[in-house]
Every structure is written in structure tokens, then in C-alpha cells.
Design a protein around this ligand. Sequence first.
Ligand code: DX5
Ligand code: ZN
Length: 224
Amino acid sequence: MELAPSILTADFTRLGVEVEAALESGIRWLHLDVMDGRFVPNLSFGPLVIQALRPLTERYGALLDAHLMIVEPERYVQTFAEAGCHSITIHAEATLHTHRTLQRIRELGLKAGLALNPGTPLTALEELLPDIDMALLMTVNPGYGGQKFIPTSLSKIARLRQLCADHGHATLPIQVDGGINPATIAAVRDAGATVAVVGSAIYNAQRSVAESVAALRLALATPQ
Ligand code: DX5
Ligand code: ZN
């Protein structure tokens, strides 16, 4: 399973050091949570921060994956492409034009992802399976790091895995985002998720990034 750290709870006064610690632990996928204060109550950061990280992540061959929690993401996909993202994930709830926006992301040469909030049914994604390179299921309500995993997400992940298989997209990457830690990661993997977005269980005051990454890998390697 791929680990994709979210830097939301990292120490922003030393962001480069925080990101490099993850890269040194073998991380090759960075998840960048962009929030606009409208789609979600919180504000985070924008393309400038992503652009600043690009030379560092490029040295390690790591991917920059933007999770846009913003309304009408079509207004900004080009800006995030120019900032150096390799992939952009938009929310099905954030635009009337999911299909057009996903096409546009691909036209820009990036991988396109579609995210669903916990309350959004999988049918919002079904029509778009041919148009996406990955799916993201929110396993908390978006907006903040450090929230508790919503247990009913497990059956939703399993149903999405089945839906993908039924439509000839058995290998579509499924990301899960929110409340993933050593206690929940094996269950989401077993349900069919392939990419674990991890924020506060990697960036926290209790352990170093290397120790936190090791704890997650151990949880994945331990028989349930
Ligand atoms: C929530 C974000 C997540 C979040 C994950 O709105 O999309 O990426 O920061 O944080 P944890 O792992 O702490 O739930
Ligand atoms: Zn996210």
C-alpha cells in the first residue's frame, strides 16, 4: 500500500525539513490539501507552497498530488498544473462540471482524481470511471486533520472496489483520506484501498516522521 503524507499538521516553519524527512523514509507521494474556506470551513495553502516544494520532491522522484477542497476547481486546475503538480483531485460536490474538469486536468498532462465526501453516494463516481486515474474516498468530513475515522467507510471502500471491477476498472487506485493511523490502516487496505493519505499519524508532536512511517508499515505487515 502506498503511503501519501498530508502536510497539513506539519511544522510550517520548517516545511522543507518535514517533507524531506518523509522522503528519506521512502515516501514517494505527497498529498497536498488545498482549502478555500468555502467548500470546507478551513483555509490552508495554495500553489505557491506546492511550487516551492517541487525542486525538493523532484530530487527524490516523488509525486505531488493536489487534493482541491475548493468550489469550482475548474477555475484553478491550470494554476496547479503550472505549480508542478503531477495529479489533481477534485470533489464531485464542488462543481457542476466534473466531467469537463476531469478532461481538462488530463489535457494538461496530469492524472485526474475524483473525491467523494462521506455522505456522497458512489453513484456520483460511476459515470466518470473512464475519465479518472484515481478515486478518493473521504473517511472523515473534509476540512481538518486529526479527526476520527468514520467506520462505515469500510463498506463504502469495498463497494467501490467491486464497482470498479464490475466496470472493467479493477486496477483503479483508491485513496482513503482521514483518520488513517496504525489502528485503521490494515482495515482500509483489506477493504480495497491502495493509497493511504496520512496526516496527523505522520506529522505529530509524539514521534518523528521516520518512527511514524515505520509504525504504519509495521501495522500493514502484521497479520490481523
Ligand atoms: C482533511 C484532509 C486530509 C487530512 C488528513 O480535510 O483532506 O488529508 O489532513 O489528516 P488526518 O490523517 O490527520 O486525518
Ligand atoms: Zn486530503
